[in-house]
Ligand binder design. Structure first.
Ligand code: NAP
Length: 433
């Protein structure tokens, strides 16, 4: 028997388990360990709550989870309850699929003022991640600045802009819906340090901003390059830019009260305010020959009591695991970290790509595991982990337990919503019955 431990139950973790099943059949046992009592990582707490069709991929992971060879070991924190060195003693291979759940710091003066949050925290708040449930974002109409021109910036702007009705069929958690319906952010400015041709936004997600009930996208036509330059873009990028051209051509006097303003060639240089964020100081940029943004020295202020930086993520280090500080992920050679220790998904390559990108990643890492060791070993695997966790009094959550938590969340959903998530770990544990 071959024993594999996968740390993290998000897409990268489950695709790795699926690949191991396909490669080794009955000759493998995979334990998917997660620090939360609930599985699916980014699918549950990263994907936008109004993108339910994307979240449906968890059904595929469930099919993997319910097989004999794969087990969910929830509520177990690697580093606290069990060390990496111990897992390497117990398993033939340990695969870190811990994602990139920490915000990359924006690193400008004033970024520690109340009202300034990273997207991991903000998205975690509206998605009910226990670490971020207590965030109380300012929704007092004082304006919001969203920093970054990727899909996360779009998610954040859209959730801020949507009405209660528009969020009706989503699984946004009650505490976030209550605050969003009780107030609003005001105008939302999306800052891009480069231009329309450099956005990292995909067409479907960008197009959604054109159909909101109380918000309208605003693009300055002067920021757009000549239309013939779009021919040099790849098809997806070209479609996205076509949306921007559509937004620029719209009448700016529409009656939707909230404006979502695309401010291109605009990089934040400071956040100012008396004891809280009140404005972002922005420097106009120009694109250099190498494609990077250079400051022009011209600055202006954008009012904002909420500032959400959506500029990418980092993988938190784990004690004893080599770490690439500059890249913000585990130091690895195509997934290999050290003998028996691997990384996959965002923990391997950084926070890029779609959920589906993790599937080939999972298969590639299992190929490497197969290359590195011919067959099984006499390592203890599951029984060894169980004994260690029992000795330490760790309250392990199984996939069957999760199914009970899941059923309880579905049962307490508000009308029209798929579920109402538990946001406190203790409530999740209690819901096992
Ligand atoms: P991203 O796509 O890498 O975008 C990050 C953005 O932040 C870029 O526009 C980048 O600009 C900007 N940025 C970085 N550092 C900055 C700084 N110091 N100041 C100002 N701007 C800065 O990252 P993401 O939006 O976090 O998304 C992560 C991944 O998840 C992406 O692959 C994304 O497509 C995916 N995702 C997909 C969906 C979906 O499919 N619905 C939803 C959410 C996320 P530069 O280009 O100039 O560096």
């Amino acid at each position: 028997m071959r024993h594999i431990a996968v740390i993290g139950s998000g897409p990268a973790g489950y695709y790795t388990a699926e690949a191991a099943q396909k490669m080794f059949g009955d000759a493998v046992r995979v334990d998917i360990i997660d620090r939360l009592p609930v599985p699916f990582g980014l699918i549950r707490t990263g994907v936008a709550p109004d993108h339910q069709s994307i979240k449906a991929v968890s059904r595929r992971y469930e099919a993997t989870a319910l097989t004999e060879s794969v087990r969910f070991v929830g509520n177990v924190s690697v580093g606290r309850d069990v060390a990496i060195a111990e897992l390497l003693e117990l398993y033939d291979a340990v695969v870190l699929a811990t994602g990139a759940p920490a915000d990359r710091p924006i690193g400008i003066p004033g970024d520690d003022l109340p009202g300034v949050v990273g997207s991991a925290a903000f998205v975690g708040w509206y998605n009910g991640h226990p670490d971020h449930a207590a965030l109380a974002p300012a929704l007092d109409g004082g304006g919001a600045v969203v920093i970054g021109n990727g899909n996360v910036a779009l998610d954040v702007a859209r959730i801020l802009a949507k009405t209660e009705d528009e969020l009706g069929g989503s699984d946004i958690v009650g505490h976030a819906l209550d605050r969003l319906k009780g107030g609003h952010a005001g105008d939302i400015t999306i800052l891009g340090r480069r231009g329309p041709h450099q956005i990292a936004m995909t067409p479907k997600e960008l197009g959604e901003l054109g159909h909101l009930a109380r918000a309208r996208p605003v693009v300055d036509a002067a920021d757009l390059p000549p239309v013939e330059d779009d021919a040099a873009l790849d098809p997806g990028q070209r479609k996205s830019v076509t949306h921007l051209r559509d937004f620029a051509g719209r009448d700016d006097t529409g009656d939707a009260p909230i404006r979502i303003v695309f401010d291109f060639f605009a990089r934040p240089v400071a956040i100012e305010g008396e004891g809280r964020a009140e404005r972002v100081i922005v420097e106009r940029t120009a694109i250099g020959a190498d494609g990077s943004a250079r400051g022009t020295g011209e600055t202006y202020a954008v009012p904002a009591t909420l500032v959400v930086s959506c500029i990418g993520y980092r993988t938190p280090p784990i004690e004893g695991v080599p770490y690439d500080e500059a890249a913000g992920r585990f130091a690895n050679d195509e997934g290999r970290i050290a003998p028996g220790l691997y990384a996959v998904g965002w923990a391997r390559r950084g926070p890029t790509g779609t959920i589906g990108t993790n599937r080939p990643d999972g298969f590639a890492i299992v190929d490497k595991i197969a290359e590195d060791s011919a067959g099984g070993s006499d390592k203890p695997g599951r029984p060894g982990l169980d004994a260690l966790l029992a000795e330490r009094g760790v309250d392990v959550v199984t996939f069957r337990d999760w199914q009970r938590i899941d059923a309880a969340e579905v049962a307490r959903a508000r009308t029209g919503a798929p579920r109402e998530k538990f946001v406190a770990v203790d409530d999740m544990l209690d819901a096992r019955g």
